[in-house]
Design a protein around this ligand. Sequence first.
Ligand SMILES: [Zn+2]
Length: 468
Amino acid sequence: MLCWLAMAAAFNFSVPDSALPGIVWPAVPDQSGNILLTLLFQLEQSQWWPPERLRAAQFSQAGKLLRHAHQSVPFYSKRLGQAGYDPEAAIDEESWLDLPLLSRADIQLADKDLWSRALPKSHGKAGKIVTSGSTGTPVEWLSTGLTSIFWNLFTVRDFLWRRCDVSGKLAAIRYDRTGSANYPDGAALANWGAGFASAMPTGPCSFLSIDTAIAQQGEWLARQDADYLITHPSNLQALIRHCAESGIEIKRLRQVQTLSELLPPGLRALCQEQWKVPLFDMYTTQEAGYLALQCPEHPHYHVQSEHVILEILDENGRPCTAGESGRVVVTDLHNFATPLIRYDIGDYAEAGAPCDCGRGLPVIAKIIGRQRNMIMLPDGSSHWPLTGYEEFSGIAPIRQFQFVQKTREDIEVKLVVERALSAPQEERLKRLINSKLGYAFDLEFSYHDNIARSAGGKFEDFLCLVEN
Ligand SMILES: [Zn+2]
């Protein structure tokens, strides 16, 4: 508990806006603020629970979710019935592992059969969400008012863990769904997020579309004089490099946060070296919200166990032990509209040992990557490609690259270059790339002014389009 007290003291927790006439302090916030703070109070304690207590609480919540899914979701009535599910039996580690996994293909096939016919009214209105990956067909599912509350809750926990001074200014360079955050002005927002503003008033937020050219982003960011920055890792890397090359100083900044993509090796060090600020990464998905936040004391991640059961499974479907890598399987404990139970989200991660910070929340040592970012060799085996910007730029003036594997033998190498490559440069680059990839692929270079981000603003430097 000492750690929590120390953290609370360091954190500049602003007094919420009071909703009662004549009362300013201590504040009595409105209903949404009250719900958020009630949940936050519980999270402040549960993070220190021992793993066994967290697990028991998860299973009691998962039991409620399973019964609801079995009773009201056609897909699960059938699937759980076939798996011998007994609604009366308590869940334990072994019975949990007996539950079938849910694949992306299952979600596409089941379609509306995955939607509950009896969503509790108190969970709030259901809203449709569609994700379209770079490959495959889109996946549709429902969110609820409650899942939004949990999204906001873990956003606020993240501020606490990072000891943010929330009265400061946030600059966000992210995907802009609305088209209102274009250069040169971007969008000026009153707070860091409307969904939690009544529980935690914050300073202002400046928002710029991530599709803005890097040089313009650098100019915009310097102009914002912000305390905090949030953006995607690939964008941050390009931005830091541009600022260093152009002599742009980012003076006031205290921290950078990254999301949505794999953190490239060396980016934390680059951020510290060039901007003299720490980088905090987090692990979220559109389907299940916050999965893990970076530990306040270490660069590894803590699973957000109050919201998800996150499993890292080996090839035999058994949980990985510390140091082992496997696929990430997620259960959202609170989505009763489209229950996602043991959903194989297509990511791979390395399990970590318990953390010395004192939190009982499980550790993810490393997020390794997505299945679709793995290279496929002609024999059908896959691995994550070891490609590196630094080495490529040692051969030719390359600004940006993306590999698109089209068949088991053919890879298109998309390049953005400062000036055209000579034939010997192309040859040297081909040799280096193939030595890194571990096979003599047929490489086809193509040249571009800019390589576009995929839906949602993600950038993937290796994309495999070959079907398994
Ligand atoms: Zn920790």
